[in-house]
Design a protein around this ligand. Sequence first.
Ligand code: AMP
Length: 184
Amino acid sequence: MILIFLGPPGSGKGTQAKVLAEKFGVPHISLGDILRDEVKRATEIGKRAKDFMAAGRLVPDELTIELADKRISQADCRPGFIFDGFPRSAAQADALDGMFKQKNLTIDRVIYFNVSEEETVKRLLMRAGIEGRADDNAASIRTRFEVYEKTTRPLIEHYAKMGKLLEIDAARSIEAIGRDLAKI
Ligand code: AMP
């Protein structure tokens, strides 16, 4: 089972990806988590990514594509995986198509978490108080939305054309969304 979770920041895709990955017994691959770990360990990638992340901008494609490729090549991904927050740009989506072709993998579904900016900003500001993430401040949140609208949103069309897209109403409660996803 190979799933891609697509949606704006704060749409709840990370929360749901975690639950569903556990249910299917496959890894939940969050590029954001992988990048935060690189920053924490002060690796070369982490040092290059840090400022982009704090500002709410996308980390350069060549870094994320390499991290994604490495991660899905690991043995625990053989039964499948859930990508959360990758791809986020046309270049990443093209790279992913190429990677999958080469590895003989196919995407089962791309789940699009549809929710308004107003609702997600509310959630992100609440999370800022709980998790203290460096990029959960008003300025970074605004940038992350701009980046999402301009660079990530076009992927919805890309995957709709491929016949892979499944849209869910992500404005509802965690439980209600979880019930929908459990039917996949
Ligand atoms: P997230 O935890 O998914 O909200 O990601 C946090 C931050 O990590 C983003 O705002 C970006 O700076 C960076 N990031 C995560 N995934 C990607 C990606 N696929 N491409 C580029 N940057 C990413």
